[in-house]
Design a protein around this ligand. Structure first.
Ligand code: OVV
Length: 399
């Protein structure tokens, strides 16, 4: 293709507070502008329609992760942290670390955790039912992952709260060097050192995910240097994401009370209700890829070495793909949503995330008559994650 193609362009800033407060009109405009759109502010390409997001996710040979899945191109800029051995790699190198994580986070592994997680969810909801009202972000959507996930990893007690600012930092770092990025990484050194220490074998119990990752050194699957880095990936990707996912589910069920009543009548829909919240709110809103060759998307030519921004949240509400995408409907067939990505990099922790979501929503479905929002919810702004800072809530008891 050596003829000029006029490609759609947008001056939208998808990393601004105005956008984060209400991304949906811009999502619609980007989808309607064309299958691929130039974002003039950043000199990058973007895909916001379902079909193109799906295509980019599923073609790792053309759309590489090894040059970083944020705006920064590792071929041109030094990464701000040591690149992840799973997120920021391509096959075949990627598949070695991925294989270990697939095993550690397998369906069989989830089975061993279910009872413990369900008991923790029941206890937390029971305690919150005794309260007049509470802030569901710190006291439920953050408290639950912090109560179960560090134990599942086998982390030592104490300091576990550091996981939240650490995740916030890393997810901000995928964006441009705006104030969110700069504020998040300003005091990064101590928390980075803390995470590195937590990732060492001698810090971890003998029976958690951490020890299981380190065991892959003995089998020759990982080197001794790689194992702590793979543990780091769990510590990075495992908390803020599920916090945002649980917050999304609570916010949905509180705003759509008829859906909560459907869930109460059939607590077996808890997993579906969580999944639909992941589609509807899309906790991880965006990731980038970098083109490894010249490629055409919908008649538009992209050069090699171009950053492509995938709007996962826009794809999950694309009316070309979904019926009534703006409705939270726990009976919807959500199969195919891209809230956990797709392809070789699809969320490796998605079974754990679903387990957490399921047990919390089951506890609510069985114990709570109604969720009432008792104050103004506030958004938390992050370059990658969509979530809440505050959700004042009251749980009404079943009588
Ligand atoms: C999916 C994800 C998000 C953030 C960090 C990582 C992975 C990692 O592997 O470090």
């Amino acid at each position: 293709m050596d003829f000029a193609t006029v490609s759609p362009s947008s001056d939208a800033d998808p990393f601004s507070r105005g956008f984060f407060a209400d991304p949906f009109p811009t999502h619609a405009a980007l989808r309607d502008a064309g299958p691929v759109v130039r974002l003039s502010r950043y000199g990058i390409w973007a895909v916001a329609r379902y079909d193109e997001v799906y295509r980019v996710l599923n073609d790792w040979e053309t759309f590489s992760s090894a040059r970083g899945v944020g705006l920064s191109d590792f071929a041109k800029e030094k990464p701000w942290r040591l690149p992840s051995l799973v997120l920021e790699t391509d096959p075949p190198f990627h598949d070695r670390t991925r294989k270990v994580l697939n095993r550690v986070l397998s369906p069989a592994a989830m089975k061993t955790l279910r009872e413990k997680f369900a008991a923790a969810a029941d206890a937390l909801v029971d305690a919150l039912l005794e309260r007049e009202s509470f802030d569901a972000v710190p006291e439920l959507s953050e408290a639950f992952p912090l109560a179960v996930f560090p134990d599942a990893i086998g982390m030592p007690p104490g300091d576990r709260h550091n996981l939240l600012p650490y995740g916030n930092m890393v997810f901000n770092s995928f964006g441009p060097r705006n104030d969110l990025f700069n504020d998040a990484v300003r005091d990064a050194a101590p928390v980075m050192a803390w995470v590195q220490l937590q990732s060492q074998r001698d810090q971890l119990s003998d029976d958690g995910f951490g020890a299981q990752i380190h065991a892959a050194v003995a089998t020759g699957e990982l080197t001794a240097g790689e194992a702590p880095m793979v543990v780091r990936s769990l510590l990075t990707a495992g908390v803020d994401t599920t916090v945002s996912g649980l917050g999304a589910a609570l916010f949905c069920l509180a705003r759509f009370p008829e859906q909560f009543q459907i869930l109460r009548e059939n607590p077996g829909l808890a997993r579906a209700a969580f999944e639909e919240a992941v589609r509807f709110e899309t906790p991880v809103q965006t990731f980038f890829r970098t083109t490894t060759r010249p490629v055409e998307i919908g008649g538009v030519h992209l050069d090699e070495g171009e950053k492509v921004l995938m709007f996962l949240g826009a794809a999950n509400r694309d009316p070309r793909k979904w019926d009534l995408p703006e409705e939270y409907d726990i009976a919807r067939k959500t199969v195919g949503h891209v809230g956990f990505g797709f392809g070789v990099h699809a969320c490796v922790g998605q079974l754990l995330a679903r387990l957490e979501g399921e047990v919390v929503l089951q506890a609510l479905a069985r114990k709570v008559a109604r969720l009432e929002i008792v104050g103004a919810p506030r958004r938390r702004f992050n370059n990658t994650l969509r979530g809440l800072e505050s959700l004042p809530l009251k749980l009404h008891k079943v009588h």
